[in-house]
Design a protein around this ligand. Structure first.
Ligand code: SF4
Length: 449
């Protein structure tokens, strides 16, 4: 939270931003009276937020002051089972002393890689999510996790085609005349982009939702193409077939800016549209309309978000979609191209200047998706005997849940969880430390899409 405006003695407005894993990153202001936050609302003069948060966050202060908040360190009652969630309050001094003692003991026996810090995007922000815990644990020499549960599929898919995982500015969609909202429920999960889309529509844009689900956004679109789940790549290849067949390929753009396009089009030429219709559940006439509209009603853009990341072969789907605007030369025009995430624009300027490991050795790294495997692998050398979780609830969000729970239940695993309230993961902790909410700490936020 930053930027306090004093209203009167004991009262003020604190400006901040939403911490959720949401591309909008709304700006908010919190009215504080006598140290208590009494009102939270979207900032009127922030152009993207325009005074409106979303239903998920409008009542965030109820969470902040909820009676179930964890406000003191908790220790598992001696003799109780992990997962039972029987805890007793202890002081911060006791908690910190016990953590220091147990980590020192574990490192003394197995080396620093026996410690596994595990975190993700529960509360975003450069401090909470970004640098602080990594600096601390890297200096220790702990094992590191790659935070690769979902977003990486989109980065790699786009980067496979573009070289970098960057795309167009979402606000440039106002210049588009065809907008394909592909696997994204904009009105619900990216709602502050909707006015931009409506502005484009007022100028004649056609808005098409491509989604297996009849979402709220699909209800409001000009057309809903309801493909079968997981058939995105087949649909894109069918579109490329039509674009090539009907002479809508921008060969000059491909020759000037790409390589390998002749092989791609040779593959697309072999596509049998009847087979595409069978695979996707989308009839041939609709595939032809979608392809022709995207190639000819310009500028034309594809908007993707996290929907495709959350399923098998998400990388291939993003890769296929990234080829579409290249083949039609949609990138030539403002409002044309692939619109995904702007995160990497910020990454290039907000690099962490602090060196990581002090001994110069590369850290041992696991993908966070493999937590269950890592915690239950009896041959792992050194084994993970200390797990420090923050900003994350792996008992719920990490794949292979039964193995994760089996790992968390290990008696020889010392687990510390930092949390705002009791979660499925915290129930398995030896120690639970209270964590702050977004209105209780300082941070720096960037929007990502
Ligand atoms: S729309 Fe997104 S950024 Fe805005 S308040 Fe809701 S969750 Fe937060």
């Amino acid at each position: 939270m930053t930027g306090t405006e004093v209203l009167r003695d004991g009262a003020g407005i604190v400006r901040g931003a939403c911490h959720h894993d949401c591309p909008d990153t709304c700006a908010w202001e919190v009215t504080v009276i006598d140290g208590r936050a009494v009102r939270l609302r979207g900032v009127d003069d922030h152009p993207f937020t325009a005074g409106e948060l979303c239903p998920k966050v409008n009542r965030y202060l109820d969470r902040v002051y909820h009676p179930d908040r964890i406000l003191r360190p908790l220790r598992r009652v001696p003799g109780s089972r992990k997962g039972e969630a029987r805890f007793e309050p202890i002081t911060w001094e006791e908690a910190i002393a016990e953590i220091a003692e147990r980590l020192t003991e574990a490192i003394g026996r197995h080396g620093p890689e026996t410690v596994l810090p595990y975190s993700f995007a529960g509360t975003q922000g450069l401090v909470q999510m970004g640098v602080m815990s990594q600096r601390f644990f890297d200096a220790m020499g702990a094992t590191r996790v790659h935070r690769h549960l979902c977003g990486v599929t989109a980065w790699l898919g786009a980067a496979d085609v573009h070289g970098v995982p960057l795309g167009m500015d979402p606000e440039d969609l106002r210049h588009s005349r065809t907008i394909l909202l592909w696997g994204t429920n904009t009105l619900v999960t990216n709602r502050h982009l909707w006015p931009t889309i409506e502005a484009a529509r007022a100028e004649g844009a056609v808005v098409v939702v491509v989604d297996p689900v009849r979402t709220t956004t699909a209800e409001r679109a000009d057309r809903h193409v309801q493909l079968r789940p997981g058939s995105d790549v087949a649909l894109v290849l069918g579109m490329l077939h039509v674009i090539d067949r009907d002479g809508l390929v921008d060969r000059a753009f491909l020759e000037d800016h790409t390589s390998g396009w002749d092989e791609l089009l040779a593959d697309a030429r072999r596509v049998d549209l009847d087979a595409t219709a069978t695979i996707t559940g989308v009839d041939v006439a609709t595939i032809e309309w979608l392809a022709t509209t995207f190639a000819t009603r310009r500028p034309a853009a594809v908007r993707v978000l996290v929907g495709l990341e959350h399923r098998q072969h998400g990388q291939e789907a993003h890769r296929a979609l990234a080829m579409l605007p290249a083949v039609t030369g949609a990138w030539r025009e403002r409002g044309g191209g692939l619109c995904r995430s702007t995160q990497q624009y910020f990454d290039s300027v907000l690099v962490d200047p602090v060196p990581r490991r002090t001994d110069g050795r590369p850290p041992r790294v696991f993908n966070m998706a493999a937590l269950g495997e890592v915690l239950t692998d009896t041959d792992l050398d050194p084994p993970i005997t200390a797990l420090i979780v923050h900003n994350c609830n792996p008992a719920t969000i990490t794949p292979d849940q039964n193995r994760v729970l089996a790992g968390l239940a290990r008696d020889d695993l010392f687990t510390v969880v930092m949390e705002q309230a009791m979660t499925d993961t915290a129930r398995y902790a030896d120690l639970v430390l209270p964590a702050t909410t977004q209105v209780e700490h300082l941070d720096l936020m960037n929007a990502w899409g």
